[in-house]
Design a protein around this ligand. Structure first.
Ligand SMILES: Cc1cc2nc3c(=O)[nH]c(=O)nc-3n(C[C@H](O)[C@H](O)[C@H](O)COP(=O)(O)OP(=O)(O)OC[C@H]3O[C@@H](n4cnc5c(N)ncnc54)[C@H](O)[C@@H]3O)c2cc1C
Length: 372
């Protein structure tokens, strides 16, 4: 029997949409050409942070605030339904000023954020070291964000998918969608090799690969891959209690005791390899922020492709000129944070309800150059 809705892509975004739709009684099939969470989602740090700056579109900040608010209930729901613990826990951020020259801009950043409702305070060197004693004692100061969280992004995506399956969804891994099936101005399903699967609605949630459908839909969908590399280190003794960041990168200790150090932001096309230069930069950064990491064991390196957009806003909503297709891609550096709200917004749109937050700023048709 055909599903009501097909979701293309089982990253955090596709899995969240599948979960919300299934919970609402919709019959969903998700296709992923790899595995659940095997794209950018599994490569990510899993930080749930609200940390905008002057360049962050206001609509994206609002989305982040609302999504962060949804996590506690969602995580509890997933634990109750699937028994899976996604590792959601407080993980306050310390953003370090390593040199005196960085202080004025950090003070201005703090003032701007405080004006915009962000809980952030200025710590002098001693106060920062009191909170996280293994910091480099030569730091100048730090911004402290007490309300941030983290989770395990791969487990999060798997828990969403598993719970959706338990509620009746179908998740097909190793199933690459090659083509959208169309009839006139309506998307009616997808082709996976020679197999055709029809549905009333198709949701495009295949992250950095979403631009693949631009030609078929005669609409520019300029989502591009932006590579981010990460290394994992294992230390003896307790890990970091905070996310520790600087202008050059960040680090955080995950629930299994591994410390992740990230990240690069690179235009490297669809090349998802960690590189010698990328890893070398991250390995050099770690002991500059936390000297004892110079003695850590290097355990792994990887890279993921973030779905970036030209204007820093995701594409969420129905595609103008088409029926039966909805976009949910382009969440760039915030796709884990934004997964809960994106799932809810897409469920609202497909049910014909007014979405709980305005989605006009995320209109996937905004890159169309319309004839005058
Ligand atoms: C190093 C790094 C650190 C990050 N840290 C954070 C963080 O701390 N917090 C945060 O909020 N965000 C973070 N991000 C960003 C976040 O990972 C992404 O925004 C998010 O994972 C995007 O989710 P997605 O589901 O849209 O894409 P993806 O997770 O990439 O999922 C897309 C899926 O689509 C599948 N697919 C592609 N084409 C097809 C096809 N034709 N048919 C079927 N399936 C297909 C892929 O196999 C993939 O599984 C980080 C990213 C990186 C790389």
């Amino acid at each position: 029997m055909n599903p009501d809705v097909i979701v293309v892509g089982a990253g955090a975004i596709g899995a969240s949409i599948a979960y919300q739709l299934t919970k609402a009684g919709v019959k969903v099939t998700v296709f992923d050409r790899g595995q659940v969470g095997g794209g950018a989602t599994g490569a990510s740090a899993g930080m749930i942070q609200i940390n905008p700056d002057r360049t962050t579109p206001a609509a994206v900040s609002a989305l982040g605030v609302e999504s962060a608010r949804l996590f506690p209930a969602l995580v509890a729901e997933l634990r109750e339904r699937s028994g899976m613990d996604v590792g959601y826990r407080p993980s306050p951020l310390l953003h370090l000023a390593l040199q005196a020259e960085e202080e004025p801009s950090l003070r201005a950043h703090r003032a701007w954020q405080a004006d915009h409702g962000i809980a952030v305070s200025w710590l002098d060197r001693t106060a920062a070291l009191d909170l996280e004693p293994s910091l480099n004692p030569d730091i100048r100061a730090a911004l402290y964000y007490p309300n941030d969280y983290q989770l395990s992004p791969l487990v999060f995506a798997r828990a969403l998918a598993r719970t959706a399956v338990d509620l009746g969804a179908m998740v097909r891994e190793g199933a690459a969608v090659d083509r959208l099936l169309t009839e006139g101005d309506r998307v009616v399903g997808v082709a996976i090799g020679g197999e055709h699967v029809h549905a009333g609605e198709v949701v495009i949630a295949n992250g950095a690969w979403a631009s693949a459908w631009s030609d078929a839909l005669h609409t520019p969908l300029p989502v591009r891959p932006v590579r981010g590399q990460m290394v994992a280190l294992r230390t003896i003794g307790t890990g970091l209690r905070h996310v520790v960041s600087s202008l050059q990168g960040y680090m955080l200790t995950k629930a299994d005791g591994t410390t992740y150090v990230g990240t690069t932001v690179e235009e490297a096309g669809y090349d998802a390899r960690p590189t010698a230069a990328g890893i070398a930069g991250l390995l050099a950064l770690a002991p500059r922020l936390v000297p004892r990491l110079g003695d850590a064991t290097f355990t792994a390196a990887w890279a993921g492709l973030r779905p970036g957009t030209a204007d820093g806003r995701p594409l969420i909503g129905r595609l103008p000129g088409w029926q039966g297709v909805t976009m949910a891609a382009g969440h760039f550096r915030d796709g884990i944070l934004l997964a809960p709200i994106t799932g809810e917004l897409v469920a609202d749109l497909l049910a014909g309800r007014r979405p709980r937050l305005p989605v006009d700023d995320f209109d996937p048709g905004r890159f169309l150059v319309r004839a005058a």
